[in-house]
Design a protein around this ligand. Structure first.
Ligand SMILES: Nc1nc2c(ncn2[C@@H]2O[C@H](COP(=O)(O)OP(=O)(O)OP(=O)(O)O)[C@@H](O)[C@H]2O)c(=O)[nH]1
Ligand SMILES: [Mg+2]
Length: 449
C-alpha cells in the first residue's frame, strides 16, 4: 500500500513550477532556492518560480485570485505537471487550486514526505516514513481519496453504514497501529543493542541536511557511509566505533538531517532514529559554513533539537566546508570572532580533524553520564565513594538478594558522574554486581499472614 501513496512520479517525468508567498520584508528567494533543491531531489525539473507578497493567506486559494490566474497561464504555457507550494495548504485550498490550475499541486510537507519515501532503504526507515505519510493523509482525507477502500475492497472491509471517508479513515488507523507495533519491537531491539555497547560513550552527528555529516563520519571512522550532494542522503542512523586517542574510543552515529519546516509528523515517526541523538553523551553540530544562510540553518537545528528533547546534551559546534567559503580571508576571521568555541574544518579534505578529535575527547571525558547501582545499607564506605566521585541524584530503600541468599536492605542509588571517572566507579561497585532487587511482595514472605 505504501507505494501507491507516493505523490510524485518517476524521475524527470515531472515539470514543476515553484510557488511561494512572502510576508512583507521576507525573503522568498532563499526559501524557494531550498524548495528547488527539494524538487530536484524528488526528481522534478523546475521550469519557473512565482511569488506573491501576502499579509494574510486567502482562506479559499491561499493566494489572491489574480495571482492564481497568472499561475494557471504559466502552467498551460510551459506544460507544467506539478505546482510545488512552499507553504502547507489546507485540503480545501488544495482542491480549489487544483481546479483553478488544472494540474497537480503538492505542498512542502508532502514533498519532503515523498523524498523520504523514495530514499528510505531499510525496513525501519520505510516503516517510519509510511507511518508519517498515513498520518498526513488521514488529516487531509477528502472525497478524492476514495481509492483506498476500493483498493483493499471486498467483503468485510466496509463497516455497516460507513461512508467512504470513514472506511478510509478506519483502514488507515488499522495500518498505522500495525506500523507502530512494528516500530516498538525495533525500539526494543535497539535498546538491547545499546546496552551491549554501553561501555563506550556515544557521540551523534547532527545538523542541517547537506551540511556534511556523513562526510565527517567517513573521515573520522573510515567507514563507507553514503555522502552525496543532495538533500536527505541519510535517513537511517549508522553507528561506528571511532578511536579518538589510544585512551578513548567512542561510538559515532550519523543521523537524518534537519530542514526548515520539517513536518512534525515526520519527527514523531522518526522517533527511533532520533533516539540515537537523544541518548548520546555528546553531539557534534555540523554546520556548512559555506552556505549563505548557515545561521538560519543553525537556528532550525537548535529548534529541532529542542523539539526532540536533546538541547541539553553538551554540543560541539563544527563549521564545515571552510575550503568552499566565498571570501575566506574575510569569512574565517568573522567566524572565529562570532563563534570562538567552534572548530573550523573541511571534512572532505581532512582539514582541522585533529583539532576536532582533541576537542571531542576533552568533551567526552568531561561529559556527565547517569547510572544506577544497588549498595547494601551496611556498606557505608562504597556509598561515600559514590558521593566522592559523582553526585547522587536519588536514592530509595529496597530489598536485595544475592544468588538465593536471604534478602537484605540496600539503597537503589541514581548517580551522575563525569564519564572519565566512570571506570573508577565501576571498580568501586564491582563487589555488589551480583545483587538483584527482590520484588516487594517476595521480600516479606510472611506479611500476608
Ligand atoms: N567543499 C566541501 N564539500 C563538502 C565538505 N564536506 C562535505 N561536502 C559535500 O557536501 C555534500 C553533502 O555531504 P553529506 O556528507 O552527504 O551531507 P549530510 O550532512 O550527511 O547530508 P544528509 O545526509 O543529506 O542530511 C557532498 O556533496 C559532500 O561532498 C567539505 O569539507 N568541503
Ligand atoms: Mg548524510
Amino acid at each position: 500500500m505504501g507505494r501507491k501513496l507516493y505523490i510524485t512520479g518517476e524521475p524527470h517525468e515531472e515539470t514543476a513550477l515553484l510557488v511561494g508567498a512572502v510576508r512583507r520584508g521576507g525573503r522568498a528567494q532563499d526559501s524557494l532556492d531550498e524548495l528547488a533543491q527539494l524538487a530536484e531531489t524528488a526528481g522534478a525539473k523546475v521550469l519557473g518560480r512565482v511569488t506573491q507578497v501576502l499579509q494574510k493567506p486567502h482562506p479559499a486559494t491561499y493566494l489572491r485570485s489574480g495571482k492564481v490566474g497568472e499561475i494557471a497561464e504559466i502552467v498551460q504555457e510551459k506544460k507544467i505537471s506539478t505546482v510545488l507550494f512552499d507553504d502547507d495548504l489546507s485540503p480545501n485550498q488544495v482542491r480549489n487550486l487544483e481546479k483553478a490550475l488544472g494540474c497537480k499541486l503538492i505542498d512542502r510537507s508532502q514533498l519532503i514526505l515523498d523524498i523520504f519515501a523514495k530514499r528510505a532503504k531499510t525496513a525501519v526507515a520505510k516503516t517510519q516514513v509510511e507511518l508519517a505519510q498515513l498520518d498526513y493523509l488521514r488529516t487531509r482525507l477528502t472525497r478524492q481519496w476514495t481509492h483506498l477502500s476500493r483498493q483493499q475492497g471486498g467483503i468485510g472491509t466496509r463497516g455497516p453504514g460507513e461512508t467512504q471517508i470513514e472506511t478510509d479513515r478506519r483502514l488507515i488507523g488499522q495500518r498505522m497501529a500495525t506500523l507502530r507495533n512494528r516500530l516498538e519491537r525495533i525500539d526494543q531491539q535497539r535498546i538491547t543493542q545499546r546496552r551491549r555497547r554501553a561501555k563506550y560513550r556515544r557521540v551523534a552527528l547532527v545538523g542541517y541536511t547537506n551540511a556534511g555529516k556523513s562526510t565527517l563520519m567517513n573521515a573520522m571512522s573510515r567507514s563507507g557511509v553514503l555522502a552525496e550532494d543532495r538533500l536527505f542522503a541519510t535517513l537511517d542512523a549508522t553507528t561506528r566505533q571511532c578511536v579518538l586517542s589510544s585512551a578513548t574510543t567512542v561510538l559515532l552515529s550519523d543521523t537524518v538531517g534537519f530542514i526548515r519546516k520539517l513536518p512534525h509528523k515526520l519527527i514523531e515517526s522518526f522517533k527511533s532514529t532520533l533516539d540515537e541523538v537523544r541518548q548520546s553523551d555528546v553531539l557534534i553540530h555540523v554546520v556548512s559554513a559555506a552556505h549563505p544562510r548557515f545561521e538560519d540553518q543553525m537556528m532550525v537545528v537548535r529548534q529541532t533539537l529542542k523539539e526532540i528533547g536533546a538541547l541539553e546534551i553538551p554540543t560541539l559546534l563544527v563549521f564545515n566546508k571552510i575550503d568552499a567559503l566565498e571570501e575566506p580571508e574575510l569569512a574565517l576571521p568573522a567566524l572565529k570572532r562570532d563563534y570562538p568555541e567552534a572548530v573550523p574544518i573541511a571534512a572532505l579534505r581532512g582539514i582541522g580533524l585533529s583539532t576536532l578529535t582533541a576537542r571531542l575527547e576533552t568533551m567526552v571525558k568531561g561529559a556527565q553520564i547517569e547510572g544506577a547501582a544497588l549498595i547494601p545499607v551496611t556498606d557505608g564506605r562504597t556509598m561515600a565513594g559514590v558521593r566522592r566521585l559523582g553526585t547522587v541524584i536519588g536514592e530509595e530503600l529496597v530489598q536485595v538478594s544475592n544468588n538465593g541468599q536471604p534478602a537484605q536492605e540496600a539503597l537503589h542509588v541514581h548517580y551522575r558522574i563525569a564519564s572519565d571517572r566512570a571506570d573508577e566507579l565501576a571498580h568501586l561497585l564491582a563487589p555488589h554486581k551480583g545483587l538483584r532487587q527482590v520484588p516487594a511482595d517476595r521480600a516479606y514472605p510472611h506479611s500476608h499472614q
